[in-house]
Design a binder for this molecule. Structure first.
Ligand SMILES: Nc1nc2c(ncn2[C@@H]2O[C@H](COP(=O)(O)OP(=O)(O)O)[C@@H](O)[C@H]2O)c(=O)[nH]1
Ligand SMILES: [Mg+2]
Length: 229
C-alpha cells in the first residue's frame, strides 16, 4: 500500500485527457486523480470528469506551474497532504498507466523526488535539444546533478520536496527549477526509466513558438537561481 495523489495539468487536451485519466486511475493505490483544467476552450474539463477525475478549473489560462499548485492545494484540502504527489502530463494516454514506478522510491524514503525518463519517441521531435541542453547544463552548474531528461514533467514528490520547490517557477521553467530547488535543500532526486509515449512537439511554427517560450522560461528560472547561490 503506497497511496499517492495524481495531479494532471491540462490545457485543450480533449483528444487525450480521458485516456490519460483512465490510465492513471488504473494504477493501484491512487487516492485521487485531480485534473486542473487551465482555461481550456475545448471539453477537457467535462471529459476528465466523465473519465472519473476530480476537476478544478481555472477560468483563465494561468500556466502549468499555477495549475500544479492548484492541484496540490486541492489534494491538501482533501486531507491528502501527507501523500506523495504524482505530476502527470495530460498527453500520455494509455502509457500513463506505467507511472506507478515513480511512487515506491518516494513512499519508501529512498528519494524525495523521482523523475520519469522516456524512451525515444515514435515520431522524431523537431529539435528540442536546445532547451534540453540549456536546462541540463544549468542544473549541472548549480547543483552538480547530471539530469538525463531535465524537462520531464512526470514526477513524484514527497511533502519535503514540494515545500522546497515553492514557489514553483513560472511557465515552462517549473521542472528545471524544481530539480534545482529540491537538490539545494539537500534532498534526493532520482531519475527512473518509464515506457511513456506523449505527443511530440513538431517543427511547424506552433512547435517553434512552444520551444521559444520553453527556452525563455527555463532561462529565467536559471537566471533567478544563479543569483540565489
Ligand atoms: N496548466 C497548463 N498546462 C498546460 C498548458 N499548456 C500545456 N499544458 C500541459 O502541460 C503538459 C505538457 O505540455 P506539452 O504540450 O505536452 O509539452 P511538451 O511535452 O513539453 O512538448 C500537458 O499536460 C499539457 O496539457 C497551459 O497553458 N497550462
Ligand atoms: Mg508532452
Amino acid at each position: 500500500m503506497q497511496p499517492f495523489v495524481a495531479v494532471i495539468p491540462a490545457k485543450d487536451e480533449a483528444e487525450r485527457i480521458a485516456a490519460t485519466v483512465q490510465a492513471v486511475r488504473s494504477i493501484p493505490d491512487v487516492a485521487a486523480v485531480v485534473v486542473v483544467d487551465d482555461g481550456s476552450s475545448d471539453a477537457t474539463g467535462d471529459l476528465a470528469r466523465t473519465a472519473g477525475a476530480d476537476v478544478v478549473r481555472h477560468p483563465r489560462n494561468r500556466g502549468k506551474a499555477a495549475a500544479l499548485t492548484t492541484g496540490a492545494a486541492y489534494a491538501m484540502e482533501r486531507g491528502h497532504g501527507d501523500l506523495p504527489l504524482l505530476f502527470v502530463d495530460a498527453d500520455l494516454e494509455a502509457s500513463a498507466a506505467r507511472l506507478g514506478v515513480l511512487v515506491p522510491p518516494v513512499a519508501d524514503g529512498r528519494a524525495d523526488l523521482t523523475i520519469a525518463t522516456l524512451p525515444p519517441q515514435k515520431t522524431a521531435g523537431g529539435g528540442r535539444g536546445f532547451v534540453v541542453r540549456l536546462a541540463r547544463n544549468g542544473i549541472q552548474r548549480l547543483t552538480g546533478f547530471e539530469a538525463q531528461q531535465p524537462l520531464s514533467g512526470m514526477r513524484c514528490l514527497d511533502r519535503a520536496a514540494y515545500d522546497a520547490a515553492q514557489p514553483l517557477a513560472r511557465g515552462w521553467g517549473v521542472e528545471t527549477a524544481m530539480t534545482i530547488d529540491v537538490l539545494r535543500a539537500g534532498l534526493t532526486v532520482l531519475e527512473v526509466p518509464c515506457e511513456l509515449h506523449h505527443r511530440v512537439t513538431g517543427s511547424d511554427w506552433r512547435g517553434q513558438v512552444h520551444r521559444a517560450k520553453q527556452y525563455r522560461d527555463v532561462w529565467l528560472a536559471l537566471a533567478r537561481r544563479r543569483l540565489r547561490r
